[in-house]
Design a binder for this molecule. Structure first.
Ligand code: CO
Length: 208
């Protein structure tokens, strides 16, 4: 017996619907992918990248981890970024945080969560760096603000990678965007931190 039959049933239905409306869809995608966007988002099951922005398979290159972090020693994330920039020549990197992020909530708590605490340390560092402006807020506001600040910090991290720095140096046009998604209303908000050059990145770093 096949494991998880309901998921295979869903898959068959999904594929046959696409076949019916667009018979060339899968053969075209099998030949090549040419997405314009790289999405770096949280693993949270409530934040499905393609659905939120209404993009089809083939239109969005995706990397997701707990807390949508971009860490300079994370070969997984950096490999995705390098492939997206150097091979796929994507034009936009979207770092999308979300309100109500369990990773950020856990980083704000003073109790152990096991191995993941080593990963969440990066969020705790961001909290510490911004403690002055966060400490004057209520607990709920602090949580929302930290979700936003974390996304902005990751925009800066993307911009500071050798991958993006080299791409900008050789004149490749890439914009890095910081967004936040609200799981409570399904809407995206632009955090207005778009950077397209070393200069804009420096300005953002000074501002935050
Ligand atoms: Co999350």
């Amino acid at each position: 017996m096949k494991a998880l039959p309901e998921l295979f049933k869903n898959n068959k239905k999904w594929a046959s619907e696409i076949w019916a409306s667009n018979p060339e869809f899968f053969s075209r995608l099998a030949a090549q992918q040419a997405p314009e966007y790289l999405w770096i988002g949280c693993s949270d099951s409530r934040v499905p990248a393609n659905e939120i922005v209404g993009l089809l398979p083939g239109e969005l290159f995706v990397h997701r981890n707990v807390g949508n972090l971009v860490i300079h020693t994370d070969m997984n994330c950096l490999s995705v970024l390098q492939y997206a920039v150097d091979m796929l020549k994507i034009k936009h990197v979207i770092v999308c945080g979300h309100y109500g992020c369990g990773g950020i909530q856990a980083a704000l708590e003073n109790k152990p969560h096991g191995l993941v605490d080593n990963w969440l340390r990066h969020i705790r560092d961001i909290h510490h760096r911004h403690r002055d402006k966060l400490s004057i807020l209520s607990k709920a506001e602090q949580m929302r603000k930290l979700c936003e600040l974390n996304a902005v910090e990751q925009v800066i991290n993307v911009g500071n990678t050798t991958i993006i720095q080299d791409a900008w140096k050789r004149g490749q046009k890439i914009a890095i965007h910081g967004w936040i998604y609200d799981i409570a209303d399904g809407l995206l908000r632009d955090l207005s931190v778009c950077v397209t050059s070393r200069r804009e990145l420096d300005l953002l770093q000074k501002k935050i």
